[in-house]
Design a protein. Structure first.
Lengths: 115, 111
């Protein structure tokens, strides 16, 4: 009974490169949420996706960031032309059925370092 | 606006004592609240939740209290153990399903 899986666990990118973060939700879960955590801070919501749909992207920066959750395969958070300020831990959470089931299960996170 | 915050950044307790971690929220319309525990290098782990139609909910060694009048949450941990050392976050769920987290309280348990 695997939990939420994220890879890679650690990612180092130079400024200007692209970062791709992957999230495989728990089995049976069709809702995925991405959060970002800066050092010594709480988690900040970025985006909420269902299969093939973006439900809420109110926390996504307007430029360089995108997310998808295709019908098959993991959810991808993509950051283009990374800058040092993108260095953070990115967490994915999944839930079975949107708000109704309430509980979101978190993955171990991807720690992005931009040099 | 969205504002879920914690009163104290660090709480240090003696092993075996009870711990109380506090949280204030600003959206009086929120109807679901969760406490998470985050250990170093790991993702948040669900501890306990409470809906707004309740004032108190108990789990194993943990109790969450909700005071809607003053928009205050607290997490009580009984007989605190070294394994309880972590950062604790309160979060409220918006009507779109996203979680709004507070800044976190670091709990340090002294042996």
């Amino acid at each position: 009974n695997a939990g939420v899986m994220q890879n890679p666990r650690h990612l180092v990118r130079r400024r200007g490169q692209e970062a791709r973060l992957r999230c495989s939700p728990m089995k049976g879960h069709s809702h995925v949420y991405w959060y970002r955590q800066l050092p010594e801070e709480g988690l900040k919501f970025m985006v909420y996706l269902q299969k093939e749909n973006i439900i809420d992207e109110s926390g996504m920066p307007k430029e360089r960031f995108s997310a998808e959750f295709p019908k098959e395969g993991p959810s991808i958070l993509r950051i283009q032309q990374v800058v040092r300020g993108d260095s953070a831990a990115y967490f994915c959470a999944s839930s079975q059925v949107g708000r109704i089931s309430y509980e979101q299960y978190f993955g171990p996170g991807t720690r992005l370092t931009v040099t | 606006g969205e504002n879920v915050g914690l009163h104290l950044p660090t709480l240090s307790v003696q092993e075996g004592d009870n711990s109380i971690i506090n949280c204030a929220y600003s959206n009086s319309a929120s109807d679901y609240f969760i406490w998470y525990k985050q250990e170093s290098g790991k993702g948040p782990q669900f501890i306990i939740d409470i809906r707004s139609n309740m004032d108190k909910r108990q789990g194993q060694r943990v109790t969450v209290l909700l005071n809607k009048t003053v928009k205050h949450l607290s997490l009580q941990i009984a007989a605190t153990q070294p394994g309880d050392s972590a950062v604790y976050f309160c979060a409220e769920m918006s009507n779109t399903g996203k979680l709004i987290f507070g800044q976190g309280t670091t709990l340090q348990v002294k042996p």
